[in-house]
Design a protein around this ligand. Sequence first.
Ligand code: PMP
Length: 387
Amino acid sequence: NHKLCMIPGPIEFHEDVLTAMSTPATSHIDPGFVNTFGETLEGLRQIVETKTGQPFVVSGSGTLSWDLVLCNVIETGDRGLVLSTGLFGDRMVECLEVYGAQVDTLRPDCLGNVPDEAAIRTALQDAVQAGRPYKILTITHVDTSTGVLVDVQAMARLVQQISPSTLVAVDGVCSVAAEELRMDAWGIDIIMTASQKALGCPPGLAIVVASQRTLAAWRNRRTKVSSYYAAWSKWLPVMQAYEARKALYFATPAVQLVMALHVGVKQLLARGMDQVFEAHKQTSDQFKNFVTSLGLAQLPVSKSVAAHSMSAMYYPEGVKATDLLPRLGQHGIVVAGGVHPDLAPRYFRVGHMGLSALEPERHYMDKTQNALRTSLVEAGFQPKSVA
Ligand code: PMP
């Protein structure tokens, strides 16, 4: 009696992903597994469209992907600029500060929007003119707390024009394999993500792809890295070994999760990433049109800043979380409540990544839409399109 998991991650799994997980105990240096891991790393490189970027896959959730970058790249006193469009941007500030960065944060005038481009330009210019350019600029591609999408390509271009030494780092936990993201062509230095969203796997793997320029920044650091488990000095040789189809041990990988990720990655590449991005756009447009037709307003202020991997909608007048979410559950659909502290009781979130967006399983969206309409009516709301 499984309820469809329509939250913005973890998402529904393909049955081949599940089957891959139910593999008997396998050594992490088994030649077959070494090949699986190697192919997974190569596939991840293709998914984010980089030739020379270095992938890392390490057991842990998406949050570990941040530490896996920042503990290696940031030294005390380095400057960081965070473009924050929600809770995850605000958390990124905390994470940078843990590693000693001096952080400036740019937020939009109102939640649901993106920071003003002129303000970003000024911040970058001022830092360059002061002779203390930012070491890193972080962007949350899709902030899962607001459903806001940032134009990563435009931001990367801005940084390249004004402050070319600054590393462009993208939190792609809620965007990789759903939103268009082209690492080399757009000049992205760092992509951080996780297994449980558009990559279609269970939670448990932190994934990073770092440009060669980022690795050089790490190699040139003056001070020691203050992490044992997340140190690239430990993981880089392991990742390089797997790609060379050799086994090297630092810490036991989550063997079955890597097997699942291998299937997820292969499935995406078999479809072709352009088609995958397009399917997410279409699914998102269709769902957003549907909620608009019901009379619900969305948290992102315009279509151009709205994610395609998920939707964030306000409850209609007179309907509360406790009226709607349990009813949706009774109709077999699990969605997520609001999480941004400023607005949490006022909105809810639906994920439409991976299987939900890709044929032939788009009936997940039909079920979700039907359940949403019915639940709203049961909660006493008269949807516009039903009136
Ligand atoms: N960044 C974003 C944009 C996220 O959506 C999430 C998780 N929802 C994270 C980071 C953290 O990932 P995890 O919960 O897997 O640690």
